[in-house]
Design a protein around this ligand. Structure first.
Ligand SMILES: Cc1cc2nc3c(=O)[nH]c(=O)nc-3n(C[C@H](O)[C@H](O)[C@H](O)COP(=O)(O)OP(=O)(O)OC[C@H]3O[C@@H](n4cnc5c(N)ncnc54)[C@H](O)[C@@H]3O)c2cc1C
Length: 395
């Protein structure tokens, strides 16, 4: 019976079964290798410990800043395909660090890049790109999740040279330590959702950490209370004047979250395959049993089919042709496959699959948050259903 001592030496060790990475330019592949090396040295070794303690590694921030990861497409001229594969790789090392970056880069920086005026961008973006200022994205509310588009309860009232914000936000990633948070609030004058760059140190802003999470424990999510917060008019995002504008940001970040689902499946594949080759039962490696090979191949098939879909979607985004419902289907499909993949991976590790020491339990649990945020599976399914039938079943 042939066995392999070193699974990393096998062909397909990187899980890229159809060589999608070859679609990247040489410069992009070099950059990917540089980031992979960083993740292996600086992120993966600390990821389980941070997760167990539920603490964000603040000393990683200057290192991420030195790596210059923020805004690879708009600022650095890389393709959306590269940005997607890169985000999957960060997730593969640790979904919490990927979520930190997804919030700061995709949601927060994406809001400023898409919706701020050139003057506002000049004033804010340099510190945002260099991670001197860390950002958060405040859309969800205690009473407004899936229906937040039409149901934003946080209010904004123009008062002379200021806006006055009142309300509450929930689940806001990075907000316990971020310098800024973009708050989306309903203008009482015209009932439209508008965006504001809010300094978290302003009087009236209170952030409270959400404790006892079973998923993405390293990410610091917060409840935010806004009580008569005075925001100078310059900090109202010039181009954020209705929920349609917010959707411009979410369309791109939904794509990034679907790439997270690819990355987490590759992580499950990495850990399960290595374990199956190394662990012996009945005098032979687990990987020698046909039922275990079937489970590994199902994880790989799920990961590769999700990746294929995301590769094409990112190419469409590069061509300026990706549509909301295509992002929605990608997110719904890839996260459903992810849930199956991480459950298979957990099963392959047996009892060791439920302790984080073997990494798989963290991967398994992290999938749950990714399944729900950035539009739940149900909502993304209904967005797609509306597109193919012309009938909305959301309400
Ligand atoms: C770890 C984490 C990080 C997050 N980070 C942020 C952040 O940084 N900023 C931010 O603004 N938000 C953030 N969120 C919020 C996230 O986007 C919401 O959790 C998500 O949109 C779902 O809203 P909800 O949790 O209120 O669920 P609900 O909307 O209450 O939904 C509950 C269930 O009902 C289903 N449902 C709702 N409506 C329908 C319908 N019409 N038809 C069928 N089923 C329906 C949903 O699919 C879901 O299964 C985060 C969430 C998590 C868990």
């Amino acid at each position: 019976m042939p066995t392999s001592a070193d699974p990393a030496a096998l062909p397909y060790a990187d899980g890229d079964f159809y060589a999608f990475e070859q679609l990247l330019s040489g410069k992009e592949r070099d950059r990917l290798a540089e980031v992979r090396d960083f993740l292996a040295r600086e992120v993966r070794p600390i990821a389980v410990d941070c997760w167990n303690r539920g603490e964000f590694p603040m000393d990683l921030v200057p290192k991420l800043a030195a790596l210059d990861l923020v805004s690879p497409v708009r600022r650095q001229g890389y393709s959306n395909l590269f940005a997607g594969i890169l985000h999957a790789e960060v997730t593969r090392a640790d979904a919490s660090i990927a979520t930190f970056m997804g919030v700061h880069d995709g949601l927060f920086t994406g809001s400023i890049e898409a919706l701020a005026s050139p003057e506002q961008q000049d004033a804010w973006l340099p510190d945002i790109y260099s991670l001197k200022k860390i950002g958060a994205f405040g859309l969800t509310e205690p009473l407004g999740g899936s229906d937040v588009a039409g149901g934003t309860r946080t209010t904004a009232r123009k008062d002379g040279a200021n806006w006055v914000l009142n309300g509450a936000k929930r689940w806001i990633g990075n907000a316990t330590f971020s310098d800024w948070v973009v708050i989306y609030a309903r203008d009482v004058a015209d009932n439209q959702v508008k965006g504001f760059l809010v300094d978290t140190a302003l009087p009236g802003v209170t952030t409270t950490r959400i404790d006892n999470k079973l998923s993405l424990r390293t990410v610091q999510n917060a409840d935010i209370l806004l009580q008569d917060v005075l925001v100078p008019d310059f900090f109202k995002l010039a181009g954020a004047n209705s929920f349609r504008d917010v959707n411009k940001v979410l369309k791109v970040t939904r794509l990034a979250v679907a790439w997270q689902a690819v990355g987490l499946q590759l992580a499950a594949f990495d850990v399960a395959r290595r374990y199956a080759v190394e662990r012996r039962q009945f005098g032979r490696p687990l990987a020698s049993f046909q039922l275990i090979q079937d489970q590994l191949v199902r994880i790989l098939g799920n990961a590769v089919s999700s990746m294929g879909m995301m590769v094409r979607l990112s190419q469409l985004e590069d061509e300026g042709m990706a549509r909301d419902e295509q992002s929605a289907l990608g997110k719904a499909f890839a996260t459903a496959r992810m849930r199956e993949s991480v459950a298979l991976g957990r099963s392959i590790l047996g009892g060791n699959g439920i302790v984080t020491d073997f990494e798989m339990a963290k991967i398994f649990a992290d999938a749950e948050a990714i399944y729900s945020y950035e539009g739940t599976a149900e909502i993304n399914t209904l967005v797609t259903g509306r597109a193919i039938t012309g009938i909305s079943a959301i309400v």
